[in-house]
Structures are given as C-alpha cells and as structure tokens.
Design a protein around this ligand. Sequence first.
Ligand SMILES: Cc1cc2nc3c(=O)[nH]c(=O)nc-3n(C[C@H](O)[C@H](O)[C@H](O)COP(=O)(O)OP(=O)(O)OC[C@H]3O[C@@H](n4cnc5c(N)ncnc54)[C@H](O)[C@@H]3O)c2cc1C
Ligand code: FES
Length: 375
Amino acid sequence: MNLNTKQSRSTWRRIADSRLINALAAPNGMGRYLEALNPMWSLDQNRIPAIITAIHRETDDAVTLELSPNGDWPGFRPGQFCQLYIEINGRLHSRSYSLNSRGGRVSLTVKAQADGLVSRHINSALKLGDIVRLSPPMGDFVLPEQLPDAILMVAAGSGITPIIAMIEAALKRGYKGGITLLYYNRSEADTLFNARLQKLASSHGNFSVLAVYSNGQSELRGHFEQQHLLTALGFQDTLNSHTGALSLPTCFVCGPETLIQSVSEEYKQLGYSDKFHAERFKAVVSLSGNTEVVGKLAFKNSQCEVTSDSRNLLDQAEAAGLQPQAGCRMGICHSCSCLKTEGSVRNINSGEISHGEEYIRLCISQPLGDVSLAI
Ligand SMILES: Cc1cc2nc3c(=O)[nH]c(=O)nc-3n(C[C@H](O)[C@H](O)[C@H](O)COP(=O)(O)OP(=O)(O)OC[C@H]3O[C@@H](n4cnc5c(N)ncnc54)[C@H](O)[C@@H]3O)c2cc1C
Ligand code: FES
C-alpha cells in the first residue's frame, strides 16, 4: 500500500471520510488506524508527519534537519515558517521554524537557546529516522512576485533562516538587482551558513555579504547603526551602477527586537517605511496600562475553572493542566485561536480591549475579570 502520492492520499481520505468506514472505525476514525499502522500514513493535514533524512551540524549550537514529509506537504514560499510538533517526555510541544531547502528536501535550522526546551531537544536528542510533524506553511515574510530594484537583507543569529531562503530564491530566479546582506553574529564560529553565503557571493556578482561580529575581526563592529546602513548602501550603489537605481533598497530584517527597531527607525527617518519588512522570532510584550485584574477563568469544554491573573490566557490554560493548540506564542500563527463566550480581554500587543463572544488568540489575550472560553 503506497500512501505517499497525492493521488493515493486523496483516495484514502475519501474512503476515510465515508460514513460507513467512520462508523466501523468508531470511536477513533479511520485516520487513527492508518496512523497506528504507519505514522507516515496519517491523514492529518494540520500536523503532517515528516521523517528526518539527514542532520547537519551547522555550528556548536545549531543543527539543520532535512525532512521528508508525506504527500500532504503543500510546499512553501521562501521566507515562510511552519509549526514543528514534537513530543518530549510524553508531552506534545510546538514551535515555529522557518522553512528552507537542502539536498532537494524541506529543511529547518534550529539554534539551541539557553534554557530552551524544544530547541535544545532538537539539537541534542533527535536522530535519523525520527518522525516529527509540521503544520502547513504560514507567514507573509516573503519576496514580492515583482522583485524590487535592489534588496537589503539584515539578519542576526538564527534570524538568517528566512533571509537565506529568500536570497537563494531571488538568485535562482535570475534576479539582476543588487542584494546586500548585513549579518550580525558574535563571531565567525557562531555564523550560520557561513560557507554557503560565501559561495553564493563568489558565484553571484550582484550578491555581497557584510559580516558584523561583536566579538571578532570584521569590517563593521558592534550593533546596527547608521554607519552600517551607509556602508551597505555604498556596496549597493556599486552593484547598481549599471541600473542607476538611487532609492533605498527594499529591506527585509529578521533578528532581535532592538535590531528590528534600529533599522526600522533609519528607514522611517529617510522616508522609506513602505520598503521595510520585518519578522520577529520572539514576542514583543508591551503591557502598557497593565493592572492585574483577578477574576474567574472558565474552560467550559473541559469543565475546569481557575482564578485568573494577568498572564496571557495560553499560559493560564497550560498552568491549569490543559493543552490547547499553540505555535508561535506571539500572535502571528493563529493556531491558538479559540472562542471566548463571555468576558473581556486585552490584546497584549495592541492594548485594545474587546468584550463578549468572539474568537481570540489565547497567547496575546489577557483576561480582564471573569472570562469563559470554549476549550
Ligand atoms: C515565525 C518564527 C520563525 C522562527 N524560526 C526559527 C528558526 O528558523 N530557527 C530557530 O532556531 N528559531 C526560530 N524561531 C524561534 C523558535 O520558534 C523558538 O522560539 C526557539 O527555538 C526557542 O524555543 P525553545 O522551546 O527552545 O525555548 P523556550 O523553552 O520556549 O524558551 C526558553 C527561553 O528562551 C527564550 N527564547 C525563546 N525563543 C527565543 C529566541 N528566538 N531568541 C532568543 N531567546 C529566545 C525565552 O524567552 C526563554 O527565556 C522562530 C520563531 C518564530 C515566531
Ligand atoms: S500561538 Fe501563534 S497566535 Fe497564538
């Protein structure tokens, strides 16, 4: 039985969806039986199984997983990410990781964070043949269909993952404008994809890398400042001399909040905010006007009620022993969306307060008094 082609999977999905089969396979449904026979035969299109076909150590604290998902994998646009679902000590966890290609396969590169549960597990415990699960790709941090005249990429640390995917895609499309990458790391040894980036730069005259080390020899030093932008633009001018393009390049940034804010500020001051795009790996929590409002938090479907505090509703649901779906934990992937049936919440990112029945994202919602949720 081959369940890995798109055609055979849709046939099996039709069979599994039929009432008779579902009645015979009750209470678990046909999909569960197929999955028990072989995890790769799962019909779950939201958690697509993928087998690890290779593991590459990139730096002391980062690995790349090469993955072969089953036939439900829809493909992705360079710059997008997915949720990786992984079981650790019997509990399912999910985190967002940017998608890339390596050896013709889907790949994810994960940097171990100090105290990080999932990233350290991926770096130290996963092995060839293990199966992980992927959500369909998401996110709009991608290159536009019509490529701009010139591109400035700015990355720090693991923020290079969506950036390199976009650079490689643009060069593969035969992009002729200039691409400059400003890439911030502690030192050369900490730099992800160093050899790959150097190779791209030596084989494409319109791509250049400006490495910036905080702790090592490099032309530019320290954190992002205006001088770094000017140096990058100098490169850009040289590269674009044949097109005569003078305006600021379209900019894509991925890294810590301080880097994103500094580059954004420069673009704003120069009047080019519309050319600025950023992706965050970590939530920006601005609890302005935050006062703790204690109330009752009812998880109706689970028949559970707790006293609430000012933490976000995802943290509070987990603390109450529930396992709601979650991904980015910062309001961008929508996997924690849930129906609030009663009560008021504050959106932690925007500060906006909303009332009554509505769908909310648990990870960025703070309860204000009594709240009931349909989980
Ligand atoms: C859209 C998106 C794409 C992402 N792509 C990648 C990627 O390609 N590669 C990659 O390595 N990571 C990526 N991340 C970050 C990733 O999702 C996890 O947050 C990260 O791996 C840490 O998870 P953890 O379970 O190890 O840490 P946790 O156990 O969740 O947190 C442990 C500690 O680490 C801190 N922490 C969590 N995340 C980060 C972070 N990103 N940087 C610094 N400190 C952090 C927390 O504040 C906490 O103190 C992405 C995140 C998003 C939202
Ligand atoms: S977990 Fe991604 S939006 Fe809440």
